[in-house]
Design a protein around this ligand. Sequence first.
Ligand code: NIG
Ligand code: FE
Length: 411
Amino acid sequence: MNDLIITNIQELILPKSTDRPLKGQELDDLTIVENGTVVVKDGKIVYAGAHSDDFEAQEIIDASGKVVSPALVDAHTHLIFGGSREHEMSLKRQGKSYLEILEMGGGILSTVKATRETSEEDLFNKAEHDLLTMIKHGVLAVESKSGYGLDKDNELKQLKVSNRLADKYNLDMKHTFLGPHAVPEEADSNEAFLNDMIELLPEVKQYADFADIFCETGVFTIEESRRYMQKAKEAGFKVKIHADEIDPLGGLELAIDEGAISADHLVASSDKGKEKLRHSDTVAVLLPATTFYLDKNDYADARGMLENNGAIALATDYNPGSSVTNNLQLVMAIAALKLKLSPNEVWNAVTVNAAKAIDVDAGTINKGDKANIVIWDAPNHEYIPYHFGINHAEKVIKDGKVIVDNTLTLD
Ligand code: NIG
Ligand code: FE
């Protein structure tokens, strides 16, 4: 006997199972089954497709008028941090830029101070709360970075919290060491600090899957980033990079040359970088909520990347300074409007391609996959990016079990 049937699904969204990221026009190709059925047994998908009466199960959920999709994947977050930075809103109103606030010792460095002052237990509780919010919004696979410790003990503290969260909830979580996220005030020089972070690589390896670096004006140069990425690969890491977020330094080209699993941000990437995507499976992880929150007019050139047959994904970049949202549905809306992505492109970018960007087995619900599913309180897949800023996830199903039910029942 099967465990669960979801039936009468108005639209069943089925991204393709693939062993490499979808590229270029492939992103606009998405199977959407009208009047679909999903069948689950032992936490796995037994059937997902057109309506079928051939199955029996212990539990039946009627999804009439609703959309069903794989659970979403958030491929870039800074989930674990101390404090918050709402006071920066007024600095921004006074015209201070993100990099100016950082130069003043604010920005990332103020979160470093707060994170160092927060105990592992308190960090855990805060990050757990934020992670559960993500889950309630339909996300069941998450990448989580360190980068607010900037010294051995505090970087390890963040990574341990990340690993504990993954264990507690048995989640598809990937952990990223982002030691070179900023240069701390106590460092003698950028180079000396980068050397310290390179020395930590073998030790943090047991807690982290990826190594990341913030390559930006005033932070780390292209040459420093290249050196770090090469050392990280020698230490057994797959590499990622915060590239071309504000200034066009050539971070995308570097990421492709170094075979990075992803290059993230890419708002200011050069045409040369975008052209290189054609010959690469490096996923361009675009973070349009950051552009929105930094109040910039120019968004990443997603269309140009797709025209160059690039692979793109979308993520929140959840963090306390440049993207204060852990609602990936909002990112879908901003991407539809500002990156000019089609609904199919948006859905592939938050499911299968986001999974490729962090090397997790997630983002699809074809036969044999884990039954990580969202039932959306929406009449069609286009409606979710359209009606923006609210939570459309009605039920979140993990390994075949309903773990979130946002249905309101008033007596
Ligand atoms: O991805 N740009 C670097 N890191 C984060 C922001 C971190 C912060 O402002 O606290 C980002 O945008
Ligand atoms: Fe980031």
